[in-house]
Design a protein around this ligand. Structure first.
Ligand SMILES: *[C@@H]1O[C@H](CO)[C@@H](O)[C@H](O)[C@H]1NC(C)=O
Ligand SMILES: *[C@@H]1O[C@H](CO)[C@@H](O)[C@H](O)[C@H]1NC(C)=O
Length: 776
C-alpha cells in the first residue's frame, strides 16, 4: 500500500510543481486530503470503472434516504445518502428542529451560526447522511417579500447572507459531511400556477418563472453568497427550478460552466433539485453533474448520449470525478456508516414499493441540545417595541395569553415531512398551533415542541402569578377573550405567518386574521398588550402597532422546538434580547419594489421577470426611494443601552484565509479577498444590565458610483456587562469596496471618497468617517 501512496504523492507533487490546482485548495484541517490529492485518487477510481458504473454514480435511485446515488461496491464506493435540509435533518426522529436560517440571521452572530451548523452536521453524520441538502446560500436571497421560501435562507442583504454562508459551509463540513449550497441561482419565487388546488391544497398546472438580471446585479447581489460557499470549500451545489433567461437553471451553460465552474473555480459537483432536470446531453454538457431522483434524464439516456457522441466520455468522467472528490477529501470513505433511518417513515420497518427500510431511532443529539437550541432562539429574537413593559414588571400578578400560536400544534409529524397540514379555506390556510418552522422541503420534525403557553404558564406559576388564556383565534371566542382580557394586568397575544414552499404569500398580513385578534385584545385588555410574532417574512403592522395599548412587540421568527422557553425567558427578563432584523419591516406593500413577484400566466409564452430594481432590494430600495420603514434592517432593542464611539479606519493588509480561491477577474495586484483596510469602533454598555449588541458598519461608495446609498460591510455580536467597553473590528476586503465593472468584466476598486457609518441599525447611524481610496 505504501508504494501506491508513494506513487500518488509523486504524481501529486509533479502536478503541484506544474502549478496545477494545488494553490486553489488548502486542506480544511478536519479533512483527510486536499482536493488535489482527492482528485488524483478519484481519477484513478474513475479509470477503473465501466460505463454502467459511472452512470450509477451520476444518477439517483430509490433507497433509504431522500435521494440516493448508485454504488460501485467493487471499488468500495457506497450509495451516497442525500437529505434535506437547512434547519435540521428532515424526515426522521431523534433529531433537532433548529431555528430556521432567516431567524438565525437575526442573531447577527457568526459564532452562534457556526456552532449551530456544526451540531446539526453531527446529527446528519450520526444518521449516516453523506450530503446535507443545505444550507441555503442565496436562492432565494429574498428579493420579494412574498416568497414562501425566504425563511429557509439567511437574509436579502448580500453581505450578511455571504458571511453566514461562508461560516455555515465551513461548519457543516467540519464533521466530514458534504454540504450542498442551494438553490443556484436567482431562484426568488415559486412557479406560477393556473390550475385549481389539488386535494391537499397544492396548486396545479405550474410553470417555473424565467428570470433575467444584468451582469452587475448578478455579480454584486445574487452571486456573492455562492462565491463564499465555494471559498468555504463546499462539496456540492444544487441547481434550481427556475429558468435563467429562458433556459432551465440545471441546463444553463452560462450559470454552471461559465460562472460557477470557470469564474468561481468550483471543483465540486452540481446536482439537480428534485425534478429540475429537463434534458440529457444539454444538461450534461452545460455542467450538471448528477441527477437526483424524480426524473430519468441521466441513467440509460445518458449512456445513449455518450454512445452517440452527444456527450464526450471525458465529460462523463469529469462528472464522476467531481462527485467522488469531496467524499474522498473529507475522509468519508473511512468513517461513514450506512443510513440508520429512512425518509419513508418513522416506524421500525417501513415499506416503500418493494423495498423494506429500517429506522433504528438512533438518538444523534448532543446531551445539551435543548439548552443550545433555546439559546440560539433567544439570541435571534428581536425586541421591536417596548414602552416600558418588558421585561415583565415583578408587580404584575395577573396575565393572560391569547392566540392559537401560543398553543401546542395539532401534531408534529401527523402531516408528513412537508408539514403541509394547514386548516381553513384554501385561500386562507393557516397552521393550527404555534409556528416553530415553515413547511415544504425546509421543514424538519421536532422531537418535541415547547409552545409558549407551556413555558409562560410554568414561569408564571413559579412566580405565584395567575395565568389565564384563550388559545383560539376564531371570532366565536371573542366574547371569552374579552372577558379574560379585561381582568388582567397584561395581555400577551401570539400571532403568526406560516410559510410554505410552493405557495408564495398573497399579502403581507398575519394568518388567520391576527390583526383582528390583536385589536380585539387591545380594545378589551385592562392592562398593557404585548404582541409576539412567529413569522418567516415581513409583516405589515400599521393596523395595530400604534394602538395605545400595544406597548411591546417581540419578533420571534421561526425559533424551532424550544420556542416557548426562549420567548418566556425574554418576556420574564432572564434573557436580554439582542437580535436585529435581518430584513426590512415596511409600512405598506407598495413600498417594496414593483413587480417583485409574477403571479399570473402571461397570454403568450412563459412567465418571465426582469430584476429591474437591480441592486436595490430590501433596505437598499427603501433607502433609494426614501420610504420610511416601520422597523428598518438592523433594528432591534435591548433591556440595556449601548454607545458607539471612536470610529476609525486605517490601511491594513491581511491575507485571505479561505479554503478555495475563485478565479474572478479583478484589476490591480492585490488579491480580491485580501483585506485592505480595517475599521474599528468602540462599543460600551451604558445601561445597568448585561446584554448583547450588534455594532454595524455601513458604507457609501464615492458619489460617482451609482450604488445604493448604504451597504452593510461589517457587523459583530458582542456581549457586555454594565459599563464594559470593547473594540470591534470590521475588515474591509478588496471585494467589499469593489464594484463589478461591466466594460472591463472585472472587479474594480473605484477611486474617491467612501463614507463609513457605524450604527445600531441601517438608519441609526451615529458615527461617520471617510476613506480616501487611490488606485493600488
Ligand atoms: C448500481 O447501484 C446499485 C445500488 O447501490 C447496485 O445494486 C448496483 O450493483 C450498481 N450497479 C453497478 C453496475 O455497479
Ligand atoms: C385547531 O386545534 C384545536 C385544538 O386542537 C381544535 O379545537 C380546532 O378545531 C382546530 N382547528 C381550527 C381551524 O382552529
Amino acid at each position: 500500500m505504501w508504494l501506491f501512496d508513494a506513487i500518488l504523492w509523486f504524481i501529486f507533487w509533479i502536478l503541484a510543481l506544474l502549478g496545477l490546482r494545488e494553490h486553489d485548495y488548502a486542506r480544511d484541517p478536519p479533512h483527510k486530503f486536499t482536493w488535489s490529492e482527492a482528485r488524483v485518487r478519484a481519477t484513478r477510481l474513475v479509470d477503473q470503472m465501466s460505463m454502467d458504473e459511472k452512470l450509477n454514480i451520476t444518477s439517483g435511485r430509490t433507497g433509504p434516504c431522500q435521494a440516493n446515488s448508485g454504488s460501485v461496491e467493487r471499488l468500495g464506493i457506497p450509495s451516497f445518502c442525500y437529505n434535506d435540509g437547512p434547519a435540521g435533518l428532515r424526515h426522521t426522529d431523534f433529531t433537532t428542529q433548529y431555528p430556521s436560517q432567516f431567524t438565525m440571521a437575526c442573531s447577527f452572530d457568526r459564532e452562534l451560526v457556526r456552532e449551530l451548523t456544526e451540531r446539526m452536521s453531527a446529527e446528519f453524520a450520526g444518521k449516516g447522511v453523506n450530503v446535507q441538502l443545505g444550507p441555503l446560500t442565496g436562492g432565494p436571497l429574498g428579493r420579494s417579500p412574498y416568497c414562501g421560501r425566504n425563511w429557509e435562507a439567511f437574509s436579502p442583504d448580500p453581505y450578511l447572507s455571504s458571511t453566514l454562508s461562508y461560516v455555515s459551509i465551513r461548519a457543516a463540513q467540519s464533521s466530514g459531511l458534504v454540504a450542498c449550497a442551494k438553490h443556484y441561482f436567482m431562484y426568488e419565487q415559486a412557479p406560477v400556477c393556473s390550475g385549481p388546488p389539488d386535494d391537499e391544497g397544492v396548486p396545479t398546472d405550474c410553470t417555473q418563472v424565467s428570470v433575467t438580471a444584468d451582469d452587475k446585479t448578478v455579480k454584486e447581489l445574487y452571486l456573492p453568497s455562492f462565491a463564499e460557499a465555494v471559498r468555504a470549500g463546499v462539496g456540492a451545489i444544487m441547481c434550481s427550478y427556475n429558468q435563467i433567461n429562458g433556459t432551465p437553471a440545471c441546463q444553463s451553460d452560462d450559470a454552471m460552466n461559465r460562472i460557477l465552474k470557470k469564474e468561481l473555480n468550483f471543483q465540486g459537483y452540481v446536482l439537480s433539485d428534485f425534478g429540475a432536470t429537463h434534458s440529457t446531453a444539454e444538461s450534461a454538457n452545460a455542467g450538471m453533474d448528477q441527477e437526483l431522483e424524480g426524473t430519468w434524464w441521466y441513467g440509460d439516456n445518458l449512456k445513449h448520449a455518450v454512445k452517440d457522441g452527444k456527450v464526450p466520455e471525458e465529460r462523463l468522467n469529469d462528472m464522476v470525478t467531481r462527485i467522488l472528490i469531496p467524499w474522498i477529501a473529507f475522509g468519508q470513505k473511512d468513517k461513514w456508516h450506512a443510513p440508520s433511518y429512512t425518509r419513508w417513515g418513522l416506524g421500525d420497518w417501513v415499506w416503500f414499493g418493494d423495498h423494506l427500510f429500517e429506522n433504528k431511532h438512533d438518538d444523534v443529539r448532543k446531551a445539551d441540545y435543548a439548552d443550545f437550541v433555546r439559546q440560539a432562539a433567544e439570541q435571534s429574537h428581536v425586541l421591536l417595541k417596548n414602552d416600558g413593559v418588558l421585561p415583565l414588571n415583578p408587580g404584575i400578578r395577573r396575565i393572560a395569553v391569547f392566540g392559537t400560536d401560543a398553543d401546542y400544534p395539532t401534531t408534529i409529524a401527523g402531516c408528513g415531512a412537508d408539514l403541509f397540514c394547514t386548516e381553513g379555506e384554501p385561500s386562507r390556510r393557516h397552521w393550527n398551533g404555534t409556528v416553530t418552522i415553515g413547511g415544504g422541503s425546509g421543514a424538519v420534525y421536532a422531537t418535541y415542541i415547547v409552545p409558549p403557553i407551556e413555558a409562560i404558564s410554568r414561569r408564571g406559576r413559579e412566580r405565584g402569578m395567575r395565568v389565564d388564556h384563550v388559545l383560539r383565534d376564531d371570532p366565536a371566542y371573542y366574547p371569552a377573550i374579552g372577558n379574560v382580557a379585561n381582568t388582567v394586568q397584561m395581555c400577551i397575544v401570539f400571532v403568526s405567518v406560516f410559510l410554505v414552499e410552493g405557495a408564495d404569500r398573497v399579502n403581507l398580513g398575519l394568518d388567520n386574521d391576527g390583526e383582528k385578534l390583536i385589536k380585539h385584545v387591545a380594545d378589551k385588555c385592562a392592562g398593557d398588550v404585548v404582541v409576539a410574532i412567529h413569522a418567516g417574512g415581513p409583516v405589515i403592522m400599521e393596523d395595530w402597532i400604534e394602538h395605545e395599548k400595544v406597548k411591546g412587540v417581540v419578533w420571534a421568527g421561526y425559533p424551532g422546538q424550544e420556542s416557548g422557553n426562549a420567548i418566556a425567558n425574554i418576556l420574564f427578563g432572564d434573557v436580554n434580547p439582542s437580535g436585529k432584523m435581518a430584513f426590512t419591516l415596511g409600512r405598506r406593500e407598495a413600498d417594496w419594489p414593483p413587480n417583485n413577484i409574477v403571479r399570473k400566466m402571461p397570454m403568450i409564452g412563459k412567465p418571465r421577470t426582469a430584476f429591474d430594481e437591480k441592486l436595490a432590494i430590501d433596505y437598499k430600495w427603501f433607502d433609494t426611494q426614501g420610504h420610511m420603514p416601520r422597523y428598518e434592517f438592523g433594528y432591534g432593542l435591548s433591556y440595556t443601552t449601548f454607545e458607539l464611539s471612536d470610529l476609525r479606519v486605517r490601511p491594513e493588509h491581511r491575507k485571505d484565509t479561505a479554503i478555495h480561491k475563485t478565479a474572478e477577474a479583478h484589476l490591480g495586484p492585490l488579491e480580491l479577498y485580501d483585506t485592505m483596510y480595517v475599521v474599528r469602533v468602540d462599543v460600551r454598555n451604558t445601561g445597568d444590565r448585561s446584554g448583547g449588541e450588534v455594532p454595524q458598519l455601513y458604507m457609501s461608495y464615492p458619489p460617482s458610483q451609482r450604488q445604493p446609498p448604504r451597504n452593510l460591510r461589517g457587523y459583530d455580536k458582542v456581549w457586555l456587562r454594565s459599563g464594559q467597553r470593547v473594540t470591534v473590528e470590521f475588515p474591509l476586503r478588496k471585494k467589499d469596496i469593489a464594484v463589478w465593472d461591466v466594460v472591463q468584466q472585472a472587479w474594480r476598486v473605484p477611486e474617491g471618497t467612501f463614507t463609513l457609518y457605524a450604527g445600531h441599525s441601517s438608519r441609526e447611524l451615529v458615527l461617520e468617517t471617510t476613506l480616501e481610496v487611490q488606485l493600488e
